[in-house]
Design a binder for this molecule. Structure first.
Ligand code: FAD
Length: 310
């Protein structure tokens, strides 16, 4: 059995396992794949102290650092259920898809999230070649260029406002007949000279020249007319889905399905902590996930030293 069992091997989980192992306590990490979303990222320019790196390179370094410690790594394993301790301070169980089960005195949940995709032709092909999901990460790559933002909720409108300060022109597309963002954001958006808004618009295809995006097709849902817009970038902002399907009914989740945590990374279940994109922490970024993972591990250690041995 473990003292700290980390579920998820992205930046949050890797940081948590390193911090836990450095306390000399029995630490395990179980993950479907190592590296999480970072594996799908090309250029990273906001990982503070490293001017430029690439996703796969950062993941290799992360994995190496985890391997420097006595961390029991269980890769290619999906957790399917969390069973709370039967008695206070008792063992928490994590069930795996393989049928196996792991026991630990504390658990750190770091299963991350995934961007909801448009699901149109060209989106996958041009991912990282003009199709982007993170304006904080990739916005500066489109300096002076034309971009579209897909989605008129708060994240889409925030992204459009953010990008309007960097790029030449932003066209925002919303499927519904009106934007769903807060009124104050909508007012800010409409005050910007280089933003166009299309409502009742269904994006249908991402076009490119084989190496990068050059246009987007969309349908006006009122008239049925098809249009094609020439551009260099497309930011998809139709939701970040936390990987918590397997936790529903076990601990407190926000209405968006994120694990509710307090300032110490504690969840609603004693001995269970959470960190990174899977939680209610604002702003989903690598450096934030790492900080949160480290914090959750220190909180788990703090919890352990306060328990009287059985
Ligand atoms: P994740 O990275 O999502 O990792 C979660 C891990 O948990 C994965 O390995 C997954 O396989 C595993 N897992 C999920 N469910 C289970 C389960 N049931 N059982 C076991 N394991 C499970 N951020 C930046 O700071 N800078 C950037 O430039 C940047 N660019 C990005 C580009 C793209 C294309 C994307 C998608 C994201 C980008 N981000 C960037 C965001 C950043 O990648 C995330 O904020 C960060 O990876 C979150 O880390 P995490 O550990 O919380 O979750």
């Amino acid at each position: 059995a473990f003292e700290v069992l980390v579920v998820g091997g992205g930046p949050a989980g890797a940081a948590a396992s390193i911090y836990a192992a450095r306390k000399g306590i029995r630490t395990g990490i179980v993950t479907e794949r190592f590296g999480g979303q970072v594996l799908d990222t090309m250029g990273i320019e906001n990982f503070i102290s490293v001017s430029h790196t690439e996703g796969p390179k950062l993941v290799a370094q992360l994995e190496q650092q985890v391997r420097d410690y006595a961390v029991d790594i269980m890769p290619v394993q999906a957790a399917t259920a969390l069973v709370p301790a039967a008695t206070p301070g008792g063992m928490i169980e994590v069930k795996l898809a393989s049928g196996a089960s792991l026991k630990s005195r504390t658990v750190i949940l770091a299963t991350g999230a995934r961007w909801r995709q448009m699901g149109v032709p060209g989106e996958q092909e041009y991912r990282n070649k003009g199709v982007a999901y993170c304006p904080h990460c990739d916005g500066p790559l489109f300096k002076g260029k034309r971009v579209a933002v897909i989605g008129g909720g708060n994240s889409g409108v925030e992204a459009a406002i953010d990008l309007a300060g960097i790029v030449a022109h932003v066209t925002l597309f919303e499927f519904d007949d009106k934007l769903r963002a807060d009124a104050v954001l909508q007012a800010k958006l409409r005050s910007l000279p280089n933003v166009t808004v299309h409502t009742s618009a269904l994006t249908t295809e991402v076009h490119g020249d084989g190496s990068k995006v050059n246009a987007l097709s969309y349908k006006n849902r009122v008239t049925g007319e098809m249009h094609r817009l020439e551009l260099e970038g497309i930011f998809v902002q139709i939701g970040l889905v936390p990987n918590t399907e397997w936790l529903k009914g076990t601990l407190d989740l926000s209405p968006r399905g994120e694990i509710e945590i307090d300032s110490h990374g504690r969840t609603s279940l004693p001995g269970v902590f959470a960190a990174g994109d899977v939680t209610t922490v604002p702003f989903k970024q690598i450096i934030i996930a790492m900080g949160e993972g480290s914090k959750a591990a220190l909180s788990a250690f703090d919890h352990l030293i306060r328990q009287v041995p059985a």
